[in-house]
Design a protein around this ligand. Structure first.
Ligand code: PEP
Ligand code: MN
Length: 339
């Protein structure tokens, strides 16, 4: 931490700041210029609130020089995290991983068709919500346990892995036998109790960015899961809420290289929720991979016009196939491959 004192700050104020820094466990290095004193705190104290220093008498500015997340930070594992799945799929390796499927599991027929189409297009994971966080309580809420069973059944039939959303702690046990990855949705990114519990399971988690979450908040949420001992964690940029209304959200492509720089965790892009319109999904998917994404989470429906949720942003199957063909051409430019 660096604390810059105001010009000509009183010595008693400087001493009070030094005392507090020492109390927290910092080694304090003092530099006194003609007008201003700078205090550099080094060492690794536990949690501290930098804002506490900003309001002390005589302080001009205080800021962190170390990140508040330790396990999520790049330096914890500079080589990057790889997640290996039973069928040989590796997330965080050279290959860009594709997760595709409908927003929600709607019926056996729909999810089986989706699985076959996703597989044919080149996906490694089938996505589909069984528990759905809908903005309106009157919208379709998902098939629950029946949906989980269908996901497992059709994924086994097609050789895909299953990713599906967990909304609350009580669903974790129920889901374990049926899924390969827990998805934590944007609305639950700061459900800290849920994150803590997911830290205790031994099953990969994909954590989506909250609709108004800063990158630091995403990484602090990741820290909740990592600090429980679950290191099989992926992050996902899915658009944030801004003043722009043309798209459903604003897909923050820059978050992808920023996260790749700050963390060792694999980073996904979800262009479907990122823009909310299927015509804009392919360019945002390509942009995500160009920006360094380790994978994509995309909505695709066998009959999007009849989808019970998120039809407008769900790709037609042939659109997904065409997109994957383009991704195969693009990926080598950034040193990656698409199966
Ligand atoms: C979803 O993936 O269908 C979903 C609800 O995503 P998000 O949490 O990003 O809104
Ligand atoms: Mn959706």
């Amino acid at each position: 931490m660096i604390v810059a004192m105001q010009d000509h700050a009183a010595e008693e104020h400087i001493q009070a700041v030094i005392e507090r820094m020492v109390e927290l466990g910092f080694n304090v290095h003092r530099t006194t210029g003609t007008n201003q004193t700078i205090l550099a705190g080094v060492g690794t104290p536990g949690h501290f609130d930098v804002a506490e220093f900003g309001v002390l008498p005589g302080v001009y500015e205080a800021y962190r020089i170390s990140s508040p997340y330790k396990l999520a930070g790049k330096s914890f594992r500079p080589e990057g995290t790889q997640i290996r799945f039973a069928n040989g799929v590796v997330v965080g390796g050279n290959q860009v991983i594709l997760m595709a499927g409908p927003c929600s599991v709607e019926s056996r027929e729909q999810i089986l068709a989706s699985a076959k189409l996703a597989k044919r297009a080149g996906a490694q994971f089938l996505r589909g919500g069984a528990f759905k966080p809908r903005s309106s309580p009157y919208s379709f809420q998902g098939m629950g346990l029946d949906g989980l069973k269908l996901l497992r059944e059709v994924s086994d039939e097609t050789g895909l892995l299953v990713i599906t959303e967990v909304m609350e702690i009580s669903q974790i046990e129920l889901m374990l036998p049926y899924i390969d990855t827990f998805q934590v949705g944007a609305r639950n990114m700061q459900n800290f109790n849920l994150l803590r519990e997911l830290g205790h399971v031994r099953k990969p988690v994909l954590l989506k960015r909250g609709i108004a979450a800063t990158i630091e908040e995403v990484l602090l949420s990741a820290e909740y899961i990592l600090s429980g001992g679950n290191y099989e964690l992926m992050l996902c940029e899915r658009g944030i809420r801004t003043f722009e209304t043309y798209t459903r959200n604003t897909m923050d492509i820059s978050a992808i290289p920023v996260l790749k720089k700050l963390t060792h965790l694999p980073v996904f892009g979800d262009p479907s929720h990122g823009v909310g319109r299927r015509d804009l999904v392919p360019p945002m998917a390509l942009a995500s991979v160009a920006a360094g994404a380790d994978g994509l989470l995309m909505e695709m429906h066998p009959n999007p016009d009849k989808a019970l949720s998120d039809g407008a942003q769900s790709l037609f199957p042939e659109q997904l196939e065409k997109l994957v063909a383009q991704l195969r051409l693009l990926a080598p430019v950034v040193g990656r491959s698409v199966a």
